[in-house]
Design a protein around this ligand. Structure first.
Ligand code: HEC
Ligand code: HEC
Ligand code: HEC
Ligand code: HEC
Ligand code: HEC
Length: 449
């Protein structure tokens, strides 16, 4: 009995030691916010900031658009909460600060979100908001073009791009051209591990593209302009949309959800061009080969971008004969709604599958998470790049097929998360994830002798 107790204690000590070593090894890939200059150096109180409702009365249009945006979703986001919790489990709650600099800058910098699990309802309302009005409009400087490297200065001064703001009783207004720049967004939108691995780098992608040269900024595409009053009763001005439409849609009950899906669909359908090239005829019983060419000619960064390891963008191919029978297909879903790659729960594999989803890998080649990643395989399509995907299949073998028409239906499809990821995270109840068809086209071939 005594021996067994001793053995148990030994095992516990050994396990803790192994856990400690592995944490020590893996931990270095997390950017520790304590080491990130100027993000944590100025502690605030959550009460130094105003919640969005304070702004709503005078800025109802901005409030309405923001309330349905992914910025308002960033702490309530079930995928963020779930992945953060997995990390917490592996890092004995030490991961915490690494997930909040951008998703809840006020929560982190006020110490409201600390090194432990939290219940959303226990947080200060301004931390629950994620990226609210004040988290953005009290930014005074960019200190690093990644990892939440911006200075927050809570005060009565709200910065923006109106040069001659009309005074009001609640706050001072200050013109700041930083707010029209891509760098402003880049400080939050790029996530580089402390080993220097560019993991989520929409800003770096933009900077390397022709869009940076022509001066087309993030806001030109993501904050559409319109004419209206900047506050209730104000004069008409050129204003900027605050719904920040991208590729993602809310997966929980959320304001303006149907409108968001419509706008995201339009955004994705205006991101890329696609053509099919191949001969117009094929001999019966021979191999027919064709290319699908996907060109990123409209987007200021890679597609997909942001969190490219979560996003799925794939080609669905269906070839039918004159009797509507399927002769060849790729990019179809299994009974779990997953693509038929190595993550499918079924045995069938889709050898022709084209899926632009990135994969995070550990040094030994196994799958990694954000906190232990060593390399990223990222097949996303760069601005200006054309991805050529080749397919080939055997045409019908019997002579009776001569004269028949085959129709190739090609669809480029997108969803913001793979269903298997949601199932792994215990988010099954939120499935299915909406699939958006970005581009589609058909190509016909006739079967000859
Ligand atoms: C009492 C009404 C009122 C409230 C409350 C209010 N604002 Fe304003 N705000 C104004 C007015 C008036 C302007 C000037 C608009 C104009 O000139 O057309 C303005 C302008 C702005 C600008 C543009 C500044 C510039 O120079 O570009 C920002 C940004 C802003 N407000 C943010 C906020 C935020 C954030 C809140 C909540 C914390 C808020 N406002 C609350 C009335 C208000
Ligand atoms: C020329 C227009 C254009 C510019 C410039 C542009 N974007 Fe985009 N952005 C798009 C389009 C179209 C999509 C949808 C396709 C996609 O997901 O990449 C998108 C998607 C996104 C997404 C979601 C990506 C995903 O796949 O999950 C983010 C985040 C984003 N943009 C941020 C930015 C930031 C930050 C900048 C500036 C550094 C920027 N964008 C510049 C057009 C643009
Ligand atoms: C993700 C950051 C972000 C958030 C969150 C945000 N804004 Fe803005 N806002 C901006 C930027 C950037 C501009 C200037 C855009 C430009 O000039 O290209 C702006 C402009 C404005 C303006 C000036 C008028 C206009 O439309 O250009 C007002 C007023 C304003 N915001 C109010 C608000 C209010 C109120 C909220 C919360 C309900 C809010 N903003 C949330 C980034 C943000
Ligand atoms: C304080 C950090 C922060 C700043 C500043 C910021 N963003 Fe974001 N943004 C985020 C986070 C975090 C998300 C994702 C939240 C989520 O889905 O959980 C996001 C989401 C988005 C999305 C939606 C992406 C999708 O997949 O649909 C777009 C578009 C976007 N931001 C554009 C911008 C632009 C343009 C700017 C500059 C005006 C900007 N953001 C400034 C942190 C920030
Ligand atoms: C450098 C700032 C930053 C840090 C640090 C950060 N994120 Fe994000 N995160 C973002 C931005 C920006 C987006 C939006 C990208 C997009 O939508 O394409 C995002 C998107 C996400 C998404 C996808 C949300 C959706 O609804 O599709 C998840 C999940 C997520 N982050 C989890 C985490 C976790 C977990 C951590 C900590 C390990 C973390 N993030 C740390 C900036 C950050």
């Amino acid at each position: 009995m005594k021996n067994r107790k001793f053995l148990t204690i030994c095992i516990i000590i050994l396990c803790s030691y192994i856990l400690l070593i592995s944490c020590e090894r893996d931990k270095k890939t997390i950017v520790d916010p304590e080491e990130t200059p100027d993000t944590l150096s100025v502690p605030f109180l959550a009460s130094d900031f105003s919640v969005a409702e304070t702004c709503q009365g005078c800025h109802p249009q901005h409030y309405d658009e923001w309330s349905g945006s992914m910025h308002a979703y960033s702490v309530k986001d079930p995928s963020w909460l779930a992945i953060r919790e997995v990390g917490q489990g592996q890092y004995i709650n030490a991961l915490d600060g690494a997930c909040s600099p951008c998703h809840s800058p006020i929560g982190l910098r006020s110490g409201d979100i600390t090194w432990g699990p939290f219940e959303i309802d226990d947080l200060d309302p301004v931390s629950q908001e994620g990226i609210g009005c004040d988290a953005c409009h009290t930014i005074t400087a960019i200190t690093r073009l990644s990892n939440g490297g911006f200075e927050l200065a809570p005060s009565d001064v709200k910065h923006g791009t109106i040069k001659d703001p009309i005074p009001n009783s609640f706050h001072e207004s200050k013109y700041n051209d930083l707010y029209a720049s891509s760098e402003y967004c880049g400080s939050c939108h790029d996530f580089v591990t402390d080993d220097g691995l560019p993991l989520e780098v929409v800003f770096q992608e933009w900077r390397a593209s022709g869009f940076a040269l022509t001066g087309k900024t993030c806001n030109d595409c993501h904050m559409e302009t319109y004419i209206g009053p900047a506050f209730v009763g104000g004069p008409d001005r050129t204003l900027h949309r605050h719904d920040f439409i991208g590729a993602d849609v809310a997966m929980i009950d959320f304001p303006n959800k149907p409108e968001q899906l419509v706008k995201v669909t339009a955004m994705l359908q205006n991101a890329l061009s696609m053509t099919v090239t191949g001969p117009n005829s094929a001999q019966f019983g021979q191999t027919y080969s064709f290319d699908v060419n996907i060109t990123n000619d409209k987007t200021g960064h890679n597609v997909p971008s942001g969190v490219p390891f979560n996003r799925q963008m794939w080609l669905s191919i269906i070839v039918r004969n004159s009797n509507d029978e399927i002769v060849f297909s790729s990019g179809q879903l299994d009974a779990n709604d997953d693509l038929m790659d190595r993550y499918s729960g079924f045995l069938e594999r889709d050898t022709f599958l084209f899926n632009a989803q990135a994969t995070m890998l550990k040094a030994d080649g196994s799958d990694a998470s954000v906190w232990d990643v060593d390399s990223l395989v990222n097949p996303s399509i760069k601005p200006g790049e054309t991805k050529v995907v080749n397919y080939s299949f055997a045409t019908p073998e019997f002579a009776g097929a001569v004269g028949e028409e085959l129709t190739i239906e090609v669809t480029l499809r997108f969803r913001s998360f793979a269903p298997y990821l949601f199932r792994e995270l215990g988010l099954d109840s939120l499935l299915p994830i909406p699939i958006i068809d970005m581009n589609s086209t058909t190509h016909s071939i006739s079967i000859t002798l």
